[in-house]
Ligand binder design. Structure first.
Ligand code: 4NP
Length: 156
């Protein structure tokens, strides 16, 4: 049997700061490894549906050579739990919210993102929304660490 292509969804609260950066970092690491994947991101909340990423997230990705200005926020939906093979929550609140709305026929593996990174298990990718630009750089480092570990896991 041929394993289907991994399809990964990254979920935070607003889908304008952390999960777009997680999606971008994962796409970049998968590309680098020559791994064929599907990737997307979404928010548990509905406040920013249709909006582009926070300008600080756009600037952070740009500093690392990636343009995310055309990403648009959306809210996670019941269909995502069948469409994606893996759904990763950026923090414990996001994970609890996802567990609460997961349909009975969900097939996605649901986990905390940093659980894939050896030594970072159980940790949250902190929300940088109310902080400064430095917080976004910390977010980038965290999601890149997770993306590398996830690509390594998916390759083997
Ligand atoms: P995110 O950050 O969940 O990483 O996209 C946030 C964005 C917006 C809000 C909170 C967190 N908000 O309250 O509007």
């Amino acid at each position: 049997m041929t394993a289907s292509k991994p399809a990964i969804l990254f979920v935070c609260l607003g889908n304008i700061c952390r999960s777009p950066l997680a999606e971008a970092a994962f796409r970049a690491e998968a590309d680098r490894a020559g791994l064929s994947v599907e990737a997307d991101s979404a928010g548990t909340g509905d406040w920013h549906i249709g909006a582009g990423p926070d300008r600080r997230a756009v600037a952070t990705a740009k500093r690392h050579g990636i343009d995310i200005s055309d990403y648009r926020a959306r809210q996670v939906s019941a269909g995502d739990f069948r469409r994606f093979t893996h759904i990763f929550a950026l923090d414990a609140n996001n994970l609890a919210d996802l567990q609460a709305i997961a349909p009975a026929d969900s097939t996605a593996e649901l986990d905390l993102l940093l659980n894939v990174a050896p030594g970072r298990e159980g940790q949250a990718v902190q929300d940088p929304y109310y902080g400064d630009d430095e917080g976004f750089e910390t977010t980038w480092n965290d999601v890149t660490t997770a993306a590398r570990a996830l690509v390594e896991r998916l390759r083997t």
